[in-house]
Design a protein around this ligand. Sequence first.
Ligand code: KPL
Length: 309
Amino acid sequence: MRIAVLGPGALGSLVAVQLHEAGREVVLVDHRPERAARLTREGLLFRPLEGEARRVQVPVRPASEAGPADLVVVTVKAPATAAAARLLPGLLAPGGLILTLQNGLGNLERLAEVAGRERLLAGVSFLGATRPREGEVIHAGRGFTYIGPAPGARVSPEELRAVAAEFRQAGLPCEVRLDIEAMLWEKLLVNVAVNPLTALLRVPNGVLPELPPAWEVALAAAREAQAVASAQGLEVAVDPEARLREVCAATAANLSSMLQDVLAGRETEIAALNGEVAARGARLGVPTPVNALLTRLIQALTLARPYQV
Ligand code: KPL
C-alpha cells in the first residue's frame, strides 16, 4: 500500500517515520517544496520512546510529486484542512482511501466537500508526538490509534483491516472501530480539557492533574463536551476524570499540540475544539460556559503575543 502522510507536523512526522522504518512505502507531504527537499536530504531527527535518537531518511515531497497514493493520511492542523483537501484529487490513486487523524470537529465535512464521503475514514490517535523544531520529532507517549468508516463511507472490512495492519506493522497500536464517531468525541473530551489548559499554563500534560484549580476547569470542560455529545444522540461512555488521568499519565512528558502551536506562534485548533463544543451547545440548548471562556482565552492569548512582556 502506497501511503502519503499529509502534514509534516508532530503527528504526521511520527507516523511517517515509524512507517518508513518498518519498510512501508510512505511519503511525507510538505506544502513547502524547499523544506521538503531539505528534509529529504538531511532526514528527520527521530527521538523514539526508548533508545537513541537517529536520523531517518523519509522521502518528503511537495504534493505535486507525492502521488498517487492508495491511502492519504491527513494530519494537518484543523485550520489547514480546507487547503489540504484541495490537494487530495492530485494525490489519491483511483479508489484510494483518505484517513483523517486530526483533532476536533468539522474536518470530515471539509474533506468530504472536495473528495466525497465514499472513501473517507475517520481516525483518532492518542499518540503523543512533539516537534520541538523543524525536522525533529519526539515520540513522547504511547497511545492507540482507532480507525473506522466516516458516516456515508463505502469501505470494506478488509480495506479497514489492511489500513490498521499498516499501522500495527509500524509499531503503532491500531484498532478498527465501527463506532468511530463516538471515539472522535471521546478524544474531543480529552482535547477540550488538556489542550487549552496546558497552552495557557505552559506545562506538559503530566503536570495538569497536579494543579487542582486547573484540573477542575479541565474536568468541567470535558463534562460539558460529554453533555453536548449526549444531546446530539452520541453516548460517550467514559468517565471523563478517569480518561483524562489516563491520557495525562500516558503522555506526561508531551507538550500538547495547542501548547506547541502557542509556543511556535501558530494558529491554534481552539475553534475546532472548544469553539465547536460551545457553538453546538448553543444550538442544542446545552450550557457550555467553560468551553466558551477557554475559547476566548486562547484567542486572546494569540492576539496578546506581540505585546507580551
Ligand atoms: O491529542 C493530544 C494533543 O496534544 O493534541 C493529546 C492526546 C492531549 C496528547 O498531547
